[in-house]
Ligand binder design. Structure first.
Ligand code: ADP
Ligand code: MG
Length: 241
């Protein structure tokens, strides 16, 4: 069977004025169905650009990206939108909720176009999965950061995605709320087998995932198990690396 995600020599080039910049520079790697991994690296190393490509928000300038064996680069905008809608759930650092809508209406949004009479019931079920049954009619301003992020997770879940892409999901949260969010993401992986990719600056978040991919200057510079990553950080802290 084809890997869920397969990148081969993927490059994304942006023009800074007249100077081309490779935000992603020749990245190759696979993700199998059911993996939980984190992507780490300094600011500007290309993590978000990579996530946008994986999430079909953007296409590679060069190289190939196959999702479930299909070459995404060959899809038109409509087809890309369909793949996004069916297969991919996004979670953002700043939640990206609509302020005038209740929690349940925010979660319902991705279902509006695909229709379905039971979209409200499904949205309520998704909010229940993240422990927010008591907050259905609250608006984002009436929720804590951690609760808003849980609404964000419910909105990603409501489509039954095969992949969840989370770009710095704990970046705006206090330590405890961040832990709560990670617990939910771990549970989605452990109990429901959802593939989860997390971009993070937090070494503890990275260490908690099975696999850690490190980027620098648009390139993939390490692809480690969590244990190897923790060990390397220890050596680096002692000045041995
Ligand atoms: P990260 O998420 O790791 O901080 P990004 O993927 O956001 O990194 O950015 C990688 C590089 O690409 C940076 O140098 C950034 O300035 C550049 N870049 C990202 N998006 C664009 C864009 N839309 N236009 C031009 N340059 C961009
Ligand atoms: Mg980023």
């Amino acid at each position: 069977m084809a890997p869920l995600i397969s990148l081969e020599d993927v490059t994304k080039t942006y023009l800074m004025g007249t100077v081309p910049v490779n935000a992603v520079a020749g990245v190759s790697f696979n993700v199998e169905e059911g993996e939980l991994l984190s992507v780490v690296g300094p600011s500007g190393s290309g993590k978000s650009t990579l996530m946008n490509i994986l999430g079909c928000l953007d296409v590679p300038s060069n190289g190939t990206y196959c999702l479930e064996g299909d070459d995404v680069g060959r899809l038109n905008d409509n087809q890309l939108a369909q793949v996004r809608g069916r297969k991919i759930g996004f979670i953002f650092q700043t939640y990206n909720l609509l302020p005038r809508l209740s929690a349940v209406a925010n979660v319902q949004l991705p279902l509006l176009y695909s229709g379905g009479k039971d979209s409200r019931r499904r949205s309520m079920a998704a909010l229940q999965r993240v422990g927010l049954s008591q907050r259905l009619t609250h608006r984002p301003t009436e929720l804590s950061g951690g609760e808003q992020q849980r609404v964000g997770i419910a909105r990603a879940l409501v489509k039954d995605p095969s992949i969840i892409l989370a770009d710095e999901p704990t970046g705006n949260l206090d330590t405890q709320s961040g832990k709560d969010i990670m617990e939910i993401l771990h549970a989605l992986h452990d109990e429901e087998g959802i593939t989860v990719l997390i971009v993070t600056h937090d070494p503890e978040v990275a260490a908690s995932t099975e696999r850690v991919v490190s980027m620098r200057d648009g390139a993939l510079v390490a692809d480690q198990t969590s244990d190897e990553y923790v060990q390397e950080r220890r050596l680096a802290a002692r000045g041995n690396l």
